[in-house]
Design a protein around this ligand. Structure first.
Ligand code: DLL
Length: 444
């Protein structure tokens, strides 16, 4: 039996509620959401009518499968405010996500949405045992990105002392971390790695800091990367997940078991689908995560295709939360590289590199096409002594990395060792893939 640790829950009665109770709450909230979307958002009304769906056709939670998906393009087609379900005078905050192509996605929040959001962040912080006794350094960007402001108000809600430093300015981050006695760091995992490296370079020892925990999210990262960050700072590191279209951070978070992220199922209904056929997959199978908001006022979103590949974990968690967990997403289906027919996620390569002594977790993947053949080049930083070491050792390392990538990921790659600190560092989300095939399409 799991030993419920109620002290680490912000809303214990909700976070550990019986599944049957949860399901009836979800059904009630889903029906309300569908009604609101149909009556307030022309996009949904048209979509339902095209598919001959009446808004009162949701009689059981399974009926959600009758509803059409929402995709990012729908936000673009209704840019900027067409997906909102309330008049602008009820919107009190606007965020947006940049994306790499096309118009940004614009998202809005009512006062009640902001209150819900900060409560969900309070749950996330409590799950990592962050309390009013903590000094939290928020190194996510404050601005249109949901990371900074999203985490901020939840951190105030738990009563912690919040340092809204935002992202960037690494030297200042370190000075503040040390002088202001930061105990909890919040940023992307890649920025945490960068900070750890800068700390070592500045001669700051982990014993010089009060840091005891880190809450990282906003991009995919591996357990290997987690261990590196934990070791370098001597902290506990947990993962948290979210996306602007349905809220921002606060959709799902790890507890201290660190075995998957609990989805706040009383506010978001998760499904896993086959990304090609759109069919809902049985619980526990890997596929694309689809989320439906259950309580959003300003922006109800029905069956949003996140493009994130993950699976739901059916087993109960030892922490006592009854909410299902999702595995760390291996990546986005649109970030997945298909190299000579093999599906490759950058995180798989990261896993290999992080497990090899001498490699730094800084890498870049360059995919190109030679004739009709895809080629993958992996650039990886190695620690100094290895770089200046004899050729023989370098060659052996290259060979080992190639072998491991071939056996773990299933593709052959050329590997280039580069000197420490030569690859780009990231203050927000990392960009580790260059796909040159777009400029060099297949011949013949
Ligand atoms: O990244 C919201 C967020 C901010 C989450 C801070 C956590 C912390 P977007 O900019 O809209 O929103 O990007 C959402 O980022 O669909 C995933 O592909 C990816 N992502 C977010 N968190 C994780 C994570 C924010 N923990 C997109 N693991 C999502 C893997 C993540 N991918």
């Amino acid at each position: 039996m799991p030993s419920t640790n109620l002290t680490l829950m912000w809303e214990p009665q909700l976070e550990s509620m019986e599944r049957s109770e949860l399901e009836s709450l979800q059904l009630q909230r889903l029906s309300e959401t569908v009604q609101r979307a149909y009556h307030q958002v022309p996009h949904y009304r048209n979509l339902f009518e095209e598919n001959a769906i009446a808004p009162d056709s949701i009689q059981s939670i399974q009926d959600i499968r009758k509803l059409p998906f929402t995709v990012k393009d729908h936000f673009r087609q209704n840019y900027p405010y067409g997906m909102f379900a309330v008049p602008m005078r009820d919107i009190v905050r606007i965020h947006s996500s940049s994306g790499t192509t096309g118009k940004p996605t614009v998202v809005g929040y009512t006062r009640r949405d902001l209150d819900t959001w900060s409560t969900l962040i309070a749950r996330l912080l409590s799950a990592s045992n962050v309390t009013a006794d903590d000094v939290i350094q928020i190194a996510f960007g404050y601005g249109l990105f949901t990371g900074g402001f999203g985490l901020h108000y939840g951190a105030e809600k738990v009563g912690a002392s919040v340092i809204p430093i935002s992202s960037g300015n690494t030297q200042k981050q370190l000075m503040i971390m040390k002088d202001y006695l930061t105990t909890a760091l919040i940023c992307t995992p890649s920025y945490a790695m960068f900070l750890a490296e800068a700390m070592e370079q500045a001669g700051i020892r982990r014993e010089d800091l009060r840091l005891r925990t880190g809450l990282f999210g906003g991009e995919p990262w591996t357990d290997q990367m987690r261990r590196q960050i934990e070791e370098r700072f001597n902290i506990h590191a947990t993962d948290n997940y979210g996306l602007s279209e349905v809220m921002g951070p606060g959709v799902a978070c790890e507890c201290l078991e660190k075995k998957g992220m609990h989805i706040n199922e009383d506010h978001f209904y998760p499904e896993i689908i086959d990304p090609v056929s759109g069919e809902v997959l049985p619980l526990g199978e890997m596929g694309e995560l689809v989320l439906t908001t259950l309580t959003r006022e300003a922006l109800p979103v029905i069956r949003y295709r996140t493009r994130d590949m993950t699976r739901l974990i059916p087993e109960p968690c030892a922490c006592g939360r009854s909410f299902l967990r999702m595995e760390k997403p291996s990546g986005r289906s649109d970030d997945m590289l298909i190299i000579r027919g093999v599906n490759v996620f950058p995180t798989q390569i990261e896993e290999v590199l992080c497990s090899i002594e001498g490699c730094e977790p800084h890498y870049k993947l360059v995919v190109d096409r030679q004739g009709s053949l895809d080629v993958l080049e992996v650039l990886v930083e190695v620690n100094e002594h290895l770089f200046f070491d004899e050729m023989k050792k370098q060659n052996a390392l290259v060979k080992r990395i190639q072998q491991e990538i071939r056996s773990m990921v299933g593709v052959s790659a050329t590997v280039r060792l580069v000197e420490k600190k030569t690859l780009e560092r990231f203050e927000g989300k990392s960009k580790r893939v260059v796909d040159k095939r777009i400029q060099h399409p297949a011949q013949g």
